[in-house]
Design a protein around this ligand. Sequence first.
Ligand SMILES: Nc1ncnc2c1ncn2[C@@H]1O[C@H](COP(=O)(O)OP(=O)(O)OP(=O)(O)O)[C@@H](O)[C@H]1O
Length: 257
Amino acid sequence: MELIYWLMKRICQKIMDKTYPSQSILAERYKIEKVLGDGSYGIAYLCIELESGSKCVVKQMRKSKKKENEKMYKQETAALQLFDHPSIPYLIETFTYEGNHFFSMEFIEGDNLEDLLFSKKKVFNEAEALLFFRQLLEIVAYTHKQGIAHCDIRIPNVMLSDNQIYLIDFGLSQCLDNIHKKEIVQDDFFDLGDFLLFILYSTYDAKSKKNRPWTEELHLHNQTTGILKKLLQIEQPYSNVHEIITDVHHAINVISY
Ligand SMILES: Nc1ncnc2c1ncn2[C@@H]1O[C@H](COP(=O)(O)OP(=O)(O)OP(=O)(O)O)[C@@H](O)[C@H]1O
């Protein structure tokens, strides 16, 4: 019975969440080249803007989970509209087509960190990892200053293009104007710690099958370990992003000399 219910639900979702095939024209303005991502809240397409001939990304909100998705759609479009930063894609427009909600944004030519680490097997040594991490921190400092926390900083949501880091996917972002501000900021810091661990693990070559804690598996400078412990709340956490930037800056200097 449960299986039938699950199957029916999946079929309904498939019908409601129409995925447009490549070469489709959306709203007479965007030609779909391919699907970039098919997440729980939206479908991301690589498109050509017909008037300018330039590439862009168009995101379609899933109709099947309208209630939750509408909130994310609003959050993401409002955040992108607010930001004016070279490392965050800018919003082109929001539109409705065949009853589906879409928005278009700048296309970042590059790879997300998940593809780089797991498909392309890119390796970041400690100094490189910290240099890229510092770039990400500068973006987070900007969004926090604008009163927005990303709340979903993960390797698929960070892109690398020409040695430049970009932050995408603000669907779960939250305003920092409420009583939970401290907790929300700490969530971003925890995610940053997790993110840094992911890229540091790119050099790790598992010789034994036995899992050990990261403090033993990775051979890091004390400064980097200290930053991670504070981000992951093993030690007294950071209270703002500028404290993290200062520590990362110091760690880079120590490692480089
Ligand atoms: N502006 C962009 N420029 C280039 N590539 C992008 C851009 N936005 C998204 N992508 C690519 O598409 C992938 C999926 O995008 P995104 O994470 O925004 O949506 P999703 O994963 O489909 O949805 P969900 O938010 O439900 O997880 C990203 O990992 C990235 O590779």
